[in-house]
Design a binder for this molecule. Structure first.
Ligand SMILES: Cc1cc2nc3c(=O)[nH]c(=O)nc-3n(C[C@H](O)[C@H](O)[C@H](O)COP(=O)(O)O)c2cc1C
Length: 143
């Protein structure tokens, strides 16, 4: 059976709730999901997956979390050409700029973004955001 990794960073649980919803969408489509954190695998491990999901909230000033996720993605983007990548994350007061920048970086590096754009949720994901995450999971299972 197809197994899809859902890799996330979350400081206060909102992006983690999105990761769990992505995983439940993957499972509802009949595939296996492995939910894990950015510090539990290497960028090379991630680049060995033809299909993968990454979740990170808006941090700093509209950037990825800088301790773990930013260096991970800076390395991953040198290795991700041809990969199918799903992106998701929570934000607070911004307008999603961090996610547009993240999509643009990976697209420029040759990856394709599943669903065309990342799924974002304002703070704790509401029912609509949860169902968008589940839908993203179903797309990952079929990618
Ligand atoms: C240090 C810090 C920086 C943040 N920077 C931004 C930001 O630039 N733009 C934004 O929309 N939200 C920002 N936020 C809000 C978080 O993105 C928001 O609280 C999000 O729900 C956190 O997700 P998490 O629970 O997965 O950690 C920031 C929060 C923190 C703690």
């Amino acid at each position: 059976m197809n197994k899809v990794k859902v890799v996330f960073w979350s400081g206060s649980g909102n992006t983690q709730a999105m990761a769990d919803a992505v995983a439940s969408g993957i499972r509802s489509a009949g595939a296996e999901a492995e939910v894990t954190t950015f510090d539990s695998l290497s960028p090379s491990d991630a680049a060995n997956e033809s299909v993968i999901a990454f979740g990170c909230p808006a941090m700093g000033a509209e950037v990825l979390e800088e301790g773990t996720v930013e260096p991970f993605i800076a390395d991953y983007e040198t290795k991700c050409s041809g990969k199918k990548v799903a992106l998701f994350g929570s934000y607070g007061w911004g307008d999603g700029q961090w996610m547009r920048d993240w999509q643009d970086r990976l697209t420029a590096a040759g990856a394709s973004i599943i669903g065309g754009e990342g799924v974002i949720a304002n703070n704790a994901p509401d029912d609509d955001a949860i169902s968008q995450c589940e839908d993203l999971g179903r797309q990952l299972a079929q990618a």
